[in-house]
Ligand binder design. Structure first.
Ligand SMILES: [Zn+2]
Length: 117
């Protein structure tokens, strides 16, 4: 009698363990306070949805008056520099007129050439 060692092949595949998710145990994710020097600005990609319209076009001004210092002043920085068109939103035609107007206004001292100390 020779008992052959019956090698049982574990044919029975173990059932995949059902991942038990805690129903509503709701462990709040613990925010680790390890942010050292992580200076991230929230909402960095902020695009202007509305496009600016040239105020001269909006006001239907054909000619930018160099004597209109009050209006010109809006397009000159505190340091006396012209505000670029990207920021001012002026159209090309009016921006060019504005540039000339500001330069003239400077000559007659309506606007500063540069920031006064
Ligand atoms: Zn314009």
């Amino acid at each position: 009698m020779s008992e052959s060692p019956n090698i049982e092949t574990p044919a029975a595949p173990q059932p995949a363990e059902a991942v038990h998710q805690a129903p509503s145990q709701g462990a709040p994710y613990q925010g680790q306070q390890s942010g050292m020097g992580m200076g991230r600005k929230p909402g960095g990609s902020k695009r202007f949805p509305r496009r600016k319209v040239c105020i001269f076009c909006a006001d239907k001004i054909d000619y930018v008056d160099y004597k209109d210092a009050k209006r010109l002043r809006k397009f000159v920085t505190e340091r006396g520099k012209l505000v670029p068109r990207r920021i001012s939103g002026n159209c090309a035609a009016h921006q060019r007129m504005l540039t000339v107007a500001v330069k003239r206004a400077r000559v007659i001292a309506l606007l500063p050439f540069k920031a006064a100390d």
